[in-house]
Design a protein around this ligand. Structure first.
Ligand SMILES: Cc1cc2nc3c(=O)[nH]c(=O)nc-3n(C[C@H](O)[C@H](O)[C@H](O)COP(=O)(O)OP(=O)(O)OC[C@H]3O[C@@H](n4cnc5c(N)ncnc54)[C@H](O)[C@@H]3O)c2cc1C
Length: 387
């Protein structure tokens, strides 16, 4: 059976699960600990798709479909607590009809609520709210969800090597035949041969592509998040407007995550969490839930979205959150290399399905995807040592 080597242990690395179910031999290499890139650091919103209905209908549809599948295959990583979009100004209110129409078009169940109904559900909301809409948002544990994919992949035979950084591609002319890695535990370099290499290095995928002398349309788009102690609401709260800064609060276990800002960066390794972003997040999120104004940060961090760039210098909030996978044989004349870019944690299974379908076509096999109905192993199994 063909040997597929995946670079990157984040959302994109969940491809290991799909490929092992289809019968491939799989190795995944990750330069740090699993999820040490963007995936271990996002809000943890299991999107209903509502956040994207204004400008990104394709992503909205993808999110709702995957939201339903993940609730079934990874229920222990998900809290089905729902979400509200709230209007605070006349301008917000003017978006409501378009929001509801967008939800209907994307197949997302959305129910308008009066201010009184919204406050009955979430008494800490800004009492001046003008309207609300309920959607099937939920909260995922970013680590547990992804680790459930890796636990299942490993139980099905995937070899997962952490602290193993790709330093170059092994190439014969225009054919990629594996990777050169340095194992940071031993300090030793080695070559790992493969029939096909998948570049799933998220915001770093441009660096991997450059090793083959080609470019990919990746745009790192960092954002800052702040955790405060306590759950300021039980449901996810979003502002009813096209996605922008400081317009979401995600309750995560006994914390609440205030999100987020967005800008464009060249190097995901040099991204910081500027103090002025933190101040803006408190000010904007306090408009949603006034009690936030009196809180202090429990934790502040940033991460880079691996955005699929369609044109340079776009508004980072307006860039589509959809994904794509590229066969570099067809695109650049480089055989043996596939790149997966974009997406969301919410769409991780779908990203893997589309990439694995491409690999099935490339390898001339006829294996169907089974991840929609395969319930994942508990995330704890990854560390139990019995797989
Ligand atoms: C601020 C913010 C908030 C977000 N909130 C949400 C949310 O609430 N819900 C949601 O669904 N999505 C959210 N997202 C999106 C989601 O987090 C990302 O789309 C997803 O985590 C990206 O996964 P990835 O696998 O593409 O990248 P990564 O998780 O970064 O994985 C790539 C991996 O490749 C590794 N790597 C890089 N170079 C090498 C090398 N040379 N050798 C070996 N390994 C290498 C990296 O260490 C990294 O672990 C958010 C993103 C951001 C930035």
């Amino acid at each position: 059976m063909e040997h597929i080597l995946i670079i990157g242990g984040g959302v994109g690395g969940s491809l290991a699960h799909d490929l092992t179910l289809r019968g491939y031999r799989v190795t995944l290499v990750e330069r740090g600990e699993l999820l040490s890139g963007t995936t271990g650091r996002h809000h943890g919103l299991l999107h209903s798709g509502g956040r994207y209905v204004f400008h990104d209908a394709e992503t909205a549809r993808e999110c709702y479909e995957e939201n339903r599948i993940l609730r079934h295959i990874a229920s222990e990583a998900i809290e089905p607590n729902g979400g509200l979009f709230i209007a605070l100004t006349d301008e917000d209110l003017s978006h409501r009809d378009r929001f509801l129409e967008g939800c209907i078009a994307a197949g997302i169940p959305a129910a308008p609520l009066s201010p009184r109904q919204a406050l009955a559900r979430e008494p800490t909301l800004n009492p001046a709210l003008l309207a609300a809409v309920r959607v099937p948002d939920a909260v995922m544990d970013a680590w547990r969800l992804a680790m459930a994919f890796f636990a299942t992949a490993r139980a099905n035979g995937a070899v997962i090597r952490t602290f193993c950084e790709v330093t170059d591609l092994k190439m014969f002319g225009r054919q990629v035949a594996g990777v050169r890695v340095i194992d940071h535990r031993s300090g030793l370099s080695e070559t790992i041969g493969a029939d096909l290499v998948v570049n799933a290095a998220g915001p770093w995928s441009g660096r991997i592509a450059a090793m083959a002398g080609i470019g990919v349309p990746i745009q790192p788009g960092p954002g800052v998040m702040v955790a405060v102690r306590g759950r300021v609401t039980q449901a996810v709260v979003n502002r009813l407007h096209p996605a922008g800064e400081g317009d979401i609060i995600v309750p995560q276990r006994r914390l609440s995550v205030l999100g987020t800002t967005a800008w464009l960066a060249d190097d995901p390794d040099q991204v910081t969490a500027p103090a002025e972003h933190v101040a803006r997040l408190f000010a904007l999120c306090a408009e949603l839930v006034p009690a936030v104004a009196a809180m202090t940060p429990h934790a502040v961090w940033s991460a880079s979205r691996p955005l699929l760039q369609s044109s340079p210098n776009q508004d980072p909030f307006a860039i589509s959150r959809t994904f794509d996978c590229f066969d570099h044989a067809a695109r650049d004349g480089i055989e043996g290399l596939v790149t997966l870019i974009g997406g969301k944690a919410t769409t991780m299974r779908a990203m893997a399905e589309q990439t694995a379908d491409l690999i099935v076509r490339k390898t001339g096999r006829d294996f169907a995807c089974r991840t929609r109905e395969t319930v994942l192993l508990p995330y704890r199994r990854y560390w139990r040592g019995d797989i």
